[in-house]
Design a protein around this ligand. Sequence first.
Ligand code: FAD
Length: 465
Amino acid sequence: MATIETDYLVIGAGASAMAFTDALITESDVDVVMVDRRHAPGGHWNSAYPFVRLHQPAAFYGVNSRVLGTAAIDSDGPNAGWYERVSAAEIVDYFQRVLDEVLLASGRVRFFAMSDYELSSTGEHRFTSRLTGETTTVAVRRKVVDATYLEASVPSTHSPSFSLDPLARFVAVNGLVASFGPNSGYTVIGAGKTAMDACTWLLDNGVSPAAITWIRPREAWLYNRQFFQPLELVGWLMEGVSLSLEAAATAKDVGDLFARLEACGFLMRLDATIAPTMFRCATVSQSELENLRRIENVVRHGRVTHIGAERIELEHGSIPTDAQQIHVDCTGDGLPRGPARPIFQSDRITLQPMRTCQPTFNAALIGFVESSRDDDAEKNRLCPPNPYPERAVDWIRATNTSQRAETMWGATPDIASWMDRSRLNVARGLFDHLDDPLMQSALGRYLEFNELALEHLAELALANE
Ligand SMILES: Cc1cc2nc3c(=O)[nH]c(=O)nc-3n(C[C@H](O)[C@H](O)[C@H](O)COP(=O)(O)OP(=O)(O)OC[C@H]3O[C@@H](n4cnc5c(N)ncnc54)[C@H](O)[C@@H]3O)c2cc1C
């Protein structure tokens, strides 16, 4: 069995691992070994459905050292007026180029694809090639970096939680682009962003809203993309932050908080008559939302338990189907949960979110903190884990943790300076836009409400744990 040595063993080569490693080797002269069971870097993007795009602008996604996309503002389509979102194919190409031209080219990173990592019963780190079966042991001088703790599960690689009659026509969302020939319509299963993308794609390709049945067991609060804009449009980011803080500062209770967040346009929902129970950071534009509202045949009888040849069984009822209906699986956990762990634990780093739903920014910042400090307690103080939200009320806890971390980072000079240089920081260059009237009014609102908002959010977070 071969043995290799390295400073850092990074398990996984998804977007988080790539952003972390890029930041780490930029800031320090270390050797890194990366291992992934997939054939290429980029994690779940390699298994993504062909029509998916980033939900948020590409201008602040990826790794720090290389731009993703063209930083253009879309002039038409459902994202008109906002920074471009790139496709999965572009993301996969980007991460391959980052691997080849930045990480491997540095001479300090080695990448082992198609390899399963495991910790042996005797405490050895090792990986086994899926192609040759050969096992390599890794002697780690500094740390193991777990970039798999929150591994995304996507419909093309997971097993659905319901059973299927062999006569039922069924595809994972990736298969939706196949030609099905004559059919009686499409039943889209799932309440998250993947289901929204599938419905949007069908509508955009001429399928009538009446031909779509949408099984949506839960309703979600959605982020409005207007307020997640960087660079020249960063005034909108500040507008969104300040409006949400005003809502938090002035809300009488949780119900009132969400009513205010919706009234100011920061959060949106598909159906104004139903109180959402879910918040998973899905981000849409106003026009995408209006398009999706054209689908009226929404089924709310809980989750699917069985798809038969003539009926679909759900937790709380059943609906008719037929052998010509195309059932589209859009279930899967794109943002997995997992209890918060300390990010730095002696010889182990576990990559986790800190700023809400900005995974590559978070991973790069963890890389910077690792390379600039020695004391784990101090590193953990600066890097509070902030689990991905799931329930609607998790918006409160996630925003509270995120906003407090922002304040701490802003008050730590080397981190503030790193953030000002980081292309992954959506708020980069904010103070260059002080002449913008939108920015001025948003900053005024921020200063007025921030302190009280943090107090209220902490109280509400505690009451809704
Ligand atoms: C459809 C979709 C759209 C999204 N859009 C956005 C967006 O617009 N903006 C945004 O910020 N985020 C978005 N996200 C969130 C997204 O999950 C993150 O951006 C990011 O891609 C997650 O990367 P990751 O590295 O944490 O996880 P993953 O991509 O899941 O990577 C983990 C890797 O670890 C490997 N691995 C696991 N176990 C082992 C093992 N034992 N041995 C070897 N390898 C192992 C896996 O093969 C995988 O490649 C989106 C997610 C989805 C599903």
